[in-house]
Design a binder for this molecule. Sequence first.
Ligand code: GTP
Ligand code: MG
Length: 370
Amino acid sequence: TESLTVGELAKKLRKEPAEIIKKLFSLGIMATINQDLDKDTIELICSEYNVEVEEKIVIDETNFETIEEVDQPQDLQERPPVVTIMGHVDHGKTTLLDAIRSTNVVAGEAGGITQHIGAYQVEIKGKKITFLDTPGHAAFTTMRARGAQITDITILVVAADDGVMPQTVEAISHAKAANVPIIVAVNKIDKENANLDRIKQELTEYGLVAEEWGGETIFCPLSAKQRKGIEELLEYILLVAEVQELKANPNKRARGTVIEAELDKGKGPVARVLVQHGTLKIGDPIVVGAAFGRVRAMVNDKGRRIKEAGPSTPIEITGLNDVPQAGDQFMVFEDEKKARAIGEVRASKLRESERRANTRVSLDDLFQHI
Ligand code: GTP
Ligand code: MG
């Protein structure tokens, strides 16, 4: 089935229709008993009751999630890990990102002005690592709220002189909920009152037990400020990535996620995106969230214009008719006509759901049909 009324769904779930209506209300959806619910809403309600929806997935090209592409094992190639940095306020996340970036700049990549594109790539021992530049928490919350998962590894920064703090704990729960492995970067090890063992001890309470203590978590002592321990951290990242066997098929039409987007006075809508599958090329007809267009130009994190970008590559693209949102998925289609058609349907769906979210109904209205 593609749709059910509220009453029919209630019956299937063996719940009172009023309960379903209340549940919908709490999710911001106004509905009456005879109202048709779409597949997404049905799934949402079912997941609230921990019920899995068993049905044939209807291929709806305006809904990217239903377009499944199965890659043959031989088509998959290794891809760089995508890493986010999380941790408590002032524990040194920004300093660490800067240290990583400059370590890499020193190592090569002279010329080219580093461009802020929400993410950047570094290379160590011939292998690339993609870092998301957005605060890890934001990356997790916005992305996860929108159903996108883009992070492969989380670096948890904990200041050696301060220890586990509320946002440290929050970061751990984000990463665990998303099933993303954590590498602990014990920062500020240069400080006099730094205490590595204390950090290890405190984190055991959250299930992060150091390898040298018989656990499975990598603890990497470093000083972001003095740029010590950075190379080791990068090597640990590669080690964890190797175990994960991160792969993607670069030889197909691209798909990925928007990291951030804005309207630029000169360039028009710009989207900073992470390519996750396939290879994005100049001229590709693309739908990004509810925007569409043709990829006019692509710029990488080093500020260079590039013609194509494969899996795990962060880039800035222009050529869209509108500004998408962070967390939006993008997808390349075979021709511009199709991209436009799909983009327009998605845009009108978005307008409709925004309109619905803004509609206020009185409780009397809502319950009069029960
Ligand atoms: P928010 O973005 O506010 O959450 O902070 P942050 O985690 O990005 O911390 P940030 O990098 O801004 O560093 C906070 C302070 O700690 C700054 O004054 C840094 O200079 C200092 N700091 C960062 N890393 C180190 C380090 O390795 N050693 C010492 N001694 N100080 C550090
Ligand atoms: Mg910061």
